[in-house]
Structures are given as structure tokens and as C-alpha cells.
Design a protein around this ligand. Structure first.
Ligand code: EPU
Length: 338
């Protein structure tokens, strides 16, 4: 029998700590629960899959059915001398998964140490940090289709991964519940030091001497020095994506701001750190009541106390407007606004 909770407070399930209610909520502890809900016709509309809530902004109560992802468990499905294929259920906590793989000496996700969130949410926005993205290590995933009640397999290619995006943020948005993800990890890892501060940290060593445990520890240290821990200060990581601009606009900006940080892309466009743009507007550390731009990383908006979702959205739009006024660059939200 399915237990449906009503008017359930979502404060523990969103890292902005917003005290919004879900009209209805079901704990998804097995895929059977999804099948039962489907049979009862409960998965027709107004459904929200919620995991850790580390990339979501609620602007009010959620007037539908929340499916709380609690699918635990992981297993090695293939192992040979070089490779491990690890199938991980969607409710596993991402930082614990990274710790587990590093402890086992399996390389692949160590650069993504401590990204707060759950495994099932990771492919949706193709999480990434310090030189690695989920798409670099994901083989396939399984997802329950709300329209058909069938669990489908998506290959890496099927997911149409892009920078902080996938098919689940576009055509298939709110249409699937990701139930598990398969990762390809290596038993003989070569570390990835493509992120400059990481290369800098290990410059006294030959790359072959650097271990994944050392990389993971260094990433944890870099993160802790810049990014607020949501358990201590309420936030949802990068609030904005780094915008991508065309060559003409980049050259114009470069004439005016010689030191503008930039990452040239394959298609002759340029990715510009949103944190830099926001900081140049004088907004780093800016606070309005209980909402503010983080003091050490301008990409992050924090809730210092009792800000509402509406306060946070208003503040984020204010930042967007200021950046557009100064640079004529439009920022996009990375967090999902509900
Ligand atoms: N910068 C500033 N001011 C700031 C922040 C950054 O000038 O307040 C400049 C830095 O000087 C640096 C550049 O921006 O030159 C890049 O900064 P950083 O390496 O910290 O990375 P980011 O582009 O700001 C992205 C991701 C982070 C990820 C880091 C490291 C996005 C939206 N964010 O930030 O991801 O941890 O790279 O790989 O792509 C997240 O998605 O929640 C997240 C935190």
C-alpha cells in the first residue's frame, strides 16, 4: 500500500531551507512504488521528483505530488583488470559515492568530490567541477516514464548532454524519474589536472605520482575555501550558468576589460565566468535582508535566515539586470525555479 503524505513540509528537502509545503508526497523507496502510483493514475500531472533539493528554488507551495527519491544501493555489474561498471541507485548521496570509489581506488569521479546532491539528479544537469563532467563517466541510466509506466534505458548519447544540461532539462523535463545510473570507472587511473588551480597544487610532482585520493582531498579543500556548505549556510551552489557569448561580443568586452577571464569553446564562442561578471558589478558580498551574494564566490546566492523563495528570485533577477546593464550579457539560472 502506498502512503501519501499531505501538506508535507519540504524545508529539509531543499538546500535553501525554504518552508514550503507539498500538497502530496510519496517516499519512493523502490521502483515498485512508482509502478503502483502509475496503476492508480497518480502520475498524470503536476509531479515533481525531489532528491536532496540542492539545485531548486521554490517560489511557493508545490500544489502537486512530490516523489521523494529514496532509492538506495549500488553494485558492481562488470569488473575486469582495467574497468569497473558500477550501477548506483538514484537515491545514493553523491559525496558518499565519490568517497566510496576513491577508497576503492576506482578513478573517474574524484574531481567531482563533495558536490551536494543525489546520484539521480546528477545527469539532469550534467553536474561538473574541476575539469570533469558527469557525461565523461556515465555509460547509461534507467528512468521510469510517467506516461507509459515503463522503465527505459538511456545511453550516454541519448541523454544529449551539454554544459549543465541534458534531455531531462529540455524535451523530457518532468517526464521521467531517473532510477539508477551506470558509471564506467578505471582501476588504473590517470588523474585529471586540467583545472589550473589543481595543476598548480601538484606542480612539484609528476602527474603519474598523483593519486585520486590526493586529487579528491585537494578538490574538497578548494571547494571549502570558496563554496558555502549548504548544511551551514543555505544555498544551492551556482545560481547562474556561465554565459556563452559570440566572438564579436567577446572582442568588444576584451577591449574594455583586458583581464576578462574566458574559456574559448570549440565553436568559436567564449564562456565567461558569471562570478567575474557579478563581481565586476560590485555585487560580490552584497546583501538585501536575508538574501545575499556569497562573499567568496559571486555565483552563489545564499539565504542567511528567513528569506522566501520570492525574495531570492527577486534578488537573482536584480543581479541579472545589473550584469546586463553593464555588459549586455544575459545570465541564465542554473537552479530550477519552481
Ligand atoms: N571569479 C571571479 N569572482 C567570483 C568567482 C569567480 O572573478 O566571485 C572568476 C575567477 O577568478 C576565475 C573564474 O571566475 O577566473 C572561474 O572561477 P571558478 O574556477 O571558481 O569557477 P566558476 O566558473 O565560477 C564553475 C562551476 C562550479 C564549479 C567550478 C569549478 C558553473 C556555473 N559553475 O564555477 O560549479 O565548482 O566551475 O569547476 O559552471 C555548481 O554548479 O553549483 C558549481 C559550484
Amino acid at each position: 500500500m502506498i502512503i501519501i503524505k499531505e501538506d508535507f513540509c519540504l524545508a529539509p528537502f531543499n538546500t535553501f531551507g525554504l518552508e514550503v509545503l507539498a500538497y502530496e508526497l510519496v517516499m519512493i523507496t523502490s521502483t515498485e512504488v512508482l509502478h503502483e502510483l502509475f496503476k492508480e493514475g497518480k502520475l498524470k500531472e503536476n509531479i515533481l521528483v525531489l532528491s536532496k533539493g540542492s539545485n531548486i528554488l521554490f517560489t511557493g507551495h508545490f500544489n502537486g505530488l512530490v516523489l521523494l527519491n529514496q532509492l538506495w544501493g549500488k553494485e558492481v555489474i562488470v569488473e575486469n583488470d582495467e574497468t569497473i561498471l558500477l550501477k548506483v541507485n538514484a537515491g545514493e548521496f553523491w559525496p558518499s559515492l565519490v568517497e566510496y570509489t576513491v577508497e576503492n581506488g576506482w578513478g573517474g569521479i574524484e574531481n567531482m568530490t563533495d558536490i551536494p546532491g543525489k546520484v539521480g539528479a546528477a545527469p539532469i544537469q550534467n553536474i561538473g567541477a574541476y575539469g570533469t563532467e558527469l557525461k565523461d563517466v556515465m555509460v547509461s541510466l534507467e528512468a521510469f516514464n510517467f506516461n507509459t509506466g515503463i522503465i527505459e534505458t538511456f545511453t550516454n548519447e541519448d541523454c544529449k548532454f551539454g554544459y549543465r544540461s541534458s534531455i531531462f532539462k529540455n524535451d523530457h523535463m518532468h517526464k521521467y524519474f531517473i532510477t539508477s545510473v551506470v558509471f564506467k570507472l578505471t582501476k588504473n587511473p590517470t588523474v585529471n589536472l586540467s583545472y589550473k588551480p589543481l595543476a598548480e597544487a601538484f606542480k612539484h610532482k609528476h602527474i603519474s605520482e598523483v593519486t585520486i585520493a590526493e586529487v579528491s582531498a585537494k578538490v574538497a579543500e578548494i571547494r571549502a575555501s570558496k563554496l558555502p556548505n549548504p548544511e551551514k549556510l543555505k544555498n544551492a551552489g551556482s545560481f547562474f550558468k556561465n554565459p556563452v557569448i559570440d566572438m564579436a561580443q567577446f572582442h568588444n568586452l576584451k577591449l574594455k576589460y583586458e583581464t576578462i577571464p574566458n574559456y574559448p569553446q570549440k565553436d568559436s564562442t567564449y564562456k565567461i565566468p558569471a562570478g567575474w561578471l557579478i563581481e565586476q558589478c560590485g555585487l560580490k558580498g552584497k546583501r538585501d535582508g536575508d538574501v545575499g551574494v556569497h562573499e567568496k564566490q559571486a555565483l552563489v546566492i545564499v539565504n542567511y535566515g528567513d528569506a522566501t523563495g520570492y525574495d531570492i528570485l527577486k534578488f537573482a533577477n536584480y543581479i541579472k539586470d545589473k550584469v546586463f546593464e553593464k555588459f549586455k550579457v544575459r545570465l541564465e539560472f542554473e537552479v530550477n525555479v519552481i
